[in-house]
Design a protein around this ligand. Structure first.
Ligand code: NAD
Ligand code: UDP
Ligand code: UDP
Length: 310
């Protein structure tokens, strides 16, 4: 049955793919975004769709609309963006969560929070299961994002305990694909753009730190399954691809796939940069019947094609 679905941060990288999928499934989609880290380009092809509506709005301010489901995706996600105005980042996570939870409470909507593997900080448990409480620096340069997202999770579970709200919390691990911003500083987009332009590839540190990369289509599928799971399923639930790679391996793959002449250069490691990260997705498999299907070797060419055509 068709639903009225609010997607905050709907013009962003993940949000725009989610808008597309939910429209294709026959829903009414309300995309709310203040364009802090995105442009209309990501959703311009949806503007003429009869079931799509775009609203410019900052989620740190109250929002009164009538909807059945809320995907709360609004928040800058790349370190250079969320560190540019760290106070605003915390406000977006915390005030944004309060407003969207208030909206869910008034309308009875089911609300899903785009949380993050960053709640695990620099993890001492590997791979990370949902039961792990994390190792987060509360006063570092990444804290505005990590602690903001942790506080948002707290709010979601307090609205569940106090107001019996139907909540869903997804802990999203590094996701990549078309519509990442070419200059947002995340590793996959950086390395692809540098390789395509024949510029040096900038590895921070010695490149031995690891990440596990999920292709956007798989991730969107996981978010939709979680949203439509039975009410008892609240999460937090890890969504990500367990295929783990060192940053050096990632650089080598991208250079090889593009056939680039770029050299690899080493730059200082930013502070609090996690040394390893891999999702334990046993819960997503058993509870949602979900696991990623797109290998890094298959997702990278699609992403490279997008940036090559920009
Ligand atoms: P993105 O920066 O492309 O998208 C975020 C969107 O939120 C942008 O369109 C931005 O303009 C909007 N936004 C920011 N502040 C806002 C505000 N105050 N009011 C309204 N809109 C606002 O990032 P993304 O990768 O698409 O991430 C989407 C969500 O998923 C974020 O909440 C992020 O923390 C989470 N997440 C992403 C990843 C990933 O690897 N992409 C991993 C973990 C979690
Ligand atoms: N809110 C909103 N839209 C709504 C309902 C509430 O933006 O449709 C905001 C409102 O500004 C409030 C917040 O959500 O500050 C939390 O709402 P809640 O009802 O939980 O708390 P209260 O109104 O008692 O502060
Ligand atoms: N990184 C890198 N070179 C870059 C951009 C990022 O070596 O040009 C590293 C970064 O230090 C981190 C990893 O790649 O160890 C992933 O960085 P990203 O910002 O994409 O995501 P996050 O650190 O939030 O997982």
């Amino acid at each position: 049955m068709s639903k009225r679905i609010l997607i905050t941060g709907g013009a962003g990288f993940l949000g725009s793919h989610l808008c597309e999928r939910l429209l294709a499934e026959g829903n009414d989609v309300l995309c709310v975004d203040n364009f802090y880290t995105s442009t209309r380009r990501n959703i311009v092809h949806l503007l003429d769709h009869p079931n799509f509506e775009l609203m410019r709005h900052d989620v740190t301010f109250p929002l009164y609309v009538e909807v059945d489901q809320i995907y709360n995706m609004a928040c800058p996600a790349s370190p250079i963006h969320y560190q540019r105005d760290p106070v605003q980042t915390t406000k977006t996570s915390v005030h944004g969560a309060i407003n969207m939870l208030g909206l869910a409470k008034r309308t009875g909507a089911t609300i899903l929070q785009a949380s993050t593997s960053e709640v695990y900080g620099d993890p001492e448990v590997h791979p990370q299961p949902e039961a792990y409480w994390g190792n987060v620096n509360p006063i570092g340069v990444r804290s505005c994002y990590d602690e903001g997202k942790r506080c948002a999770e707290t709010l979601f579970f307090d609205y569940l305990r106090q107001h019996k709200l139907p909540i869903k919390v997804a802990r999203i691990f590094n996701t990549y694909g078309p519509r990442m911003l070419p200059d947002d500083g995340r590793v996959v987009s950086n390395f692809i753009v540098q390789s395509l332009e024949g510029r040096d590839i900038t590895i921070y540190g010695d490149g031995s730190q690891t990440r596990s990369f999920c292709y956007v289509d798989d991730l969107v599928d996981g978010l939709i399954r979680l949203m439509n799971s039975e009410q008892a399923v609240t999460g937090p639930i890890n969504l990500g691809n367990p295929g783990e790679f060192s940053i050096r391996e990632l650089a080598e793959k991208i250079v090889a796939q593009i056939g680039s002449t770029s050299a690899i250069v080493y730059e200082p490691l930013p502070s609090d940069d996690p040394t390893q990260r891999q999702p334990d997705i046993a819960q997503a498999k058993s509870v949602l019947g979900w696991e990623p299907t797109i290998l890094l070797d298959d997702g990278l060419p699609r992403t490279i094609e997008y940036f090559a055509n920009l």
